[in-house]
Design a protein around this ligand. Structure first.
Ligand SMILES: Cc1cc2nc3c(=O)[nH]c(=O)nc-3n(C[C@H](O)[C@H](O)[C@H](O)COP(=O)(O)O)c2cc1C
Length: 188
């Protein structure tokens, strides 16, 4: 798949079924994705992979974190894909690279991984929602002090009848500013 085609045809997949990449396949794709821009090469992230019954354990933690009427639904949410890759931001402290840059690098990595998954025929969606700061969820995932849970990449096989049409791209002209000649001459 060409890069432009991959960018335009990747879609967040709401419906994901078996199979999902195994640990070795996931690791291989993550290794490639880690070539994403990362100021200081800090790798300020780690992943907690959940499969099978481990997803139900997360569901119970999400239910504990939710409002009463939403508990049953929250418990089922992690079952929507065979593999949940929890995205854990691990900001490095002894560095001049600010926290926001480390967060930007982590988001770049995640998107790179989504593109690679798509390129290899897998589907994914980055999900967040309530529960990211819940002690019950942190406990279930063994999130350590100083770390931040950024959500989960739900990963699996996309629905066969999903839309594969390239995404309509939006006009971006109004987001681009060119500095005028007066600014150029005053800077000279
Ligand atoms: C940081 C982040 C958090 C997201 N959280 C959710 C979420 O909680 N639930 C959801 O359905 N989609 C979530 N998404 C997916 C977006 O809804 C999706 O990317 C957007 O609708 C555009 O669709 P596309 O990925 O197919 O282009 C998230 C995406 C990002 C980047």
């Amino acid at each position: 798949m060409e890069l432009t085609e991959a960018v335009l045809t990747r879609r967040s997949q709401q419906q994901l079924t078996d199979p999902a990449p195994d640990d070795e396949q996931f690791t291989r794709l993550l290794r490639t994705a880690s070539a994403a821009p990362d100021h200081g090469r800090l790798r300020p992230w780690r992943w907690v992979l959940l499969r099978g019954g481990q997803r139900a354990r997360l569901g119970r933690a999400l239910a504990a974190a939710g409002a009463d009427d939403a508990q049953a639904r929250a418990a089922l949410k992690p079952l929507r894909a065979p593999l949940l890759a929890s995205i854990v931001f691990v900001p490095r402290q002894n560095t001049k690279v600010p926290r926001w840059e480390q967060l930007a690098a982590t988001a770049a990595l995640v998107h790179c991984l989504e593109l690679l998954l798509h390129d290899h025929g897998w589907g994914s969606i980055w999900r967040t929602g309530h529960g990211l700061e819940s002690p019950a969820v942190h406990d279930a995932l063994r999130i350590r002090p100083g770390e931040q849970l950024l959500g989960w990449l739900y990963i699996g096989t996309p629905h066969p009848h999903r839309s594969t049409a390239p995404k309509p791209v939006r006009d971006v002209h109004d987001t681009i500013t060119r500095l005028g000649a007066s600014i150029e001459s005053s800077a000279a």
